[in-house]
Design a protein around this ligand. Structure first.
Ligand SMILES: [Zn+2]
Length: 450
């Protein structure tokens, strides 16, 4: 009897899932069916698309950019939203049922070009030019770009950034605040709607939208709409279970199956393999494949600039965001965001075997630990690396700082904290046999749920 009951449960939930998924919009280019000639010609006419510049009227193959654009338009046209689910990003700048019509009314034409390689796309009096950057994005990123560009037609402009990767550069990449309702806000509102009110989007697309909203909204507004708090994230020794501790609550999290170093990112954390990174979803479960390529934080630079590196760190220092990598030949490179290129290499006269973003004295930054366990500090303003005159304790795997409190993961797999006498004592957090631990940024843009 028990067996029958179990298999019935399995069958019915399986049937339910596949029906629900079948009604969802695809989220990977290869999942889209071929468009009909009529549909394709219809949107090309509607939006005055320069079909030839997108590679011709391709109906099936998304290697051709025209089909990519068709897929984006299918998502914009057919996405459905419910009215429930309040979220701080949702301000009704664009009525949810009007995305396609509104975008169409803001579009004088579209072409594919590559004149400004540092931009993803640009809008010239309502005429959009989609660049190489657009073609390389996920479906979600491309849809976000189209909606973002549409808002520029109404004369919403960017201003120089007071924080983030473009801080102190002449690049006008930010909006003053969220309520201005500029291109960034339109984009974030769409992502938040997909994540919290989306009715026919694939669960993975919804997760992607949530990660994208967090990753971008934490630096594109000079006055931020979201508040930061710190969480503690751990991986068990089998690397199958992620544990997020958010204040007093503990949440199990999906872990990508790929090997890699656990790294803090601007949206949470990723597993970094040397050539790419896989995002870890801190706010909930994706319900999809656990391998979600990190195209949200600046670990995405590894995808557009393929280099083999042994370490990579994305971090903020005095409000400015940095992306720094250590090559396999022990050279340090830092990405120059305003020019869109890696800066010149700094030869390190040491062999880093480990890096840390916090030290046992509470100092934070980007620290390299050499094969003699000596600690060296990277200064992002001068790109110089200099010894701090202390050694890393070999018993410590990692150090995380959360609200002035230090957590130490030791080689015995337990997390410790400093007692009032200065000794390390086993922390009262739920303990497992941990292999990695770090502090992760959490934002109030989305609720952290099971
Ligand atoms: Zn823009």
């Amino acid at each position: 009897m028990k067996m029958i009951f179990l298999s019935l449960v399995f069958l019915s939930s399986f049937a339910e899932d596949s029906t629900a998924l079948a009604d969802n919009l695809p989220y990977l280019d290869q999942q889209f069916s071929c468009s009909t000639q009529e549909e394709a010609q219809g949107v090309a006419r509607d939006l005055n698309i320069d079909v030839k510049s997108f590679g011709g009227l391709e109906l099936c193959n998304a290697q051709i950019d025209f089909k990519k654009l068709l897929n984006d338009l299918v998502i914009i046209k057919n996405g459905k939203f419910s009215a429930s689910g309040a979220n701080l990003f949702i301000r009704n700048f664009i009525p949810p049922e009007r995305y396609y019509d509104w975008m169409k009314s803001m579009t004088r034409g579209m072409r594919r070009g590559n004149e400004i390689p540092s931009a993803t796309a640009y809008n010239s009096s309502g005429y959009f030019t989609m660049q190489e950057g657009w073609a390389k994005l996920s479906t979600l990123g491309r849809v976000g770009t189209v909606l973002h560009e549409a808002r520029h037609t109404e004369n919403y402009r960017h201003i120089p950034c007071h924080q983030g990767p473009y801080m102190n550069s002449s690049m006008q990449g930010c909006d003053e605040n969220y309520t201005y309702g500029g291109s960034h806000a339109i984009e974030m509102e769409y992502y938040a709607r997909v994540a919290t009110q989306g009715q026919n989007f694939h669960p993975v697309y919804k997760s992607m939208a949530r990660l994208m909203a967090i990753a971008r909204s934490n630096f594109v507004f000079n006055s931020t709409p979201i508040r930061l708090r710190e969480g503690l994230f751990t991986l068990d020794k089998a690397r199958q279970k992620g544990l997020l501790i958010d204040n007093v609550k503990t949440f199990a999290r999906e872990v990508p199956t790929s090997e890699g170093l656990l790294k803090r990112t601007s949206f949470g954390a990723s597993l970094f393999s040397g050539q790419k990174a896989y995002a870890i979803e801190m706010y909930g479960t994706t319900g999809g494949p656990s391998e979600l390529l990190d195209t949200y934080s600046y670990f995405k630079l590894l995808l557009s600039f393929p280099i083999q590196v042994k370490d990579f760190e994305e971090f903020d220092f005095n409000l400015k965001r940095y992306a720094v990598a250590i090559t396999n030949t022990n050279k340090l490179i830092s990405f120059d965001f305003p020019t869109g290129k890696w800066g010149s290499e700094v030869v390190l006269n040491l062999n880093p075997v480990k890096s840390s973003t916090a030290l046992d004295n509470g100092e934070t930054g980007y620290f390299l630990i050499d094969d003699q366990l000596s600690i060296h500090k990277y200064d992002p303003t001068t790109h110089q690396v200099s010894p701090v005159g202390r050694k890393w304790n070999a018993d410590i795997v990692s150090i995380a700082k959360i609200n002035q409190r230090l957590y130490f993961l030791k080689t015995d797999g337990k997390v410790y904290e400093k007692s009032s006498s200065g000794n390390l004592e086993v922390s009262s957090i739920p303990q497992e046999n941990f292999s990695s631990m770090l502090s992760v940024p959490l934002y109030d843009g989305f609720e952290v749920v099971l």
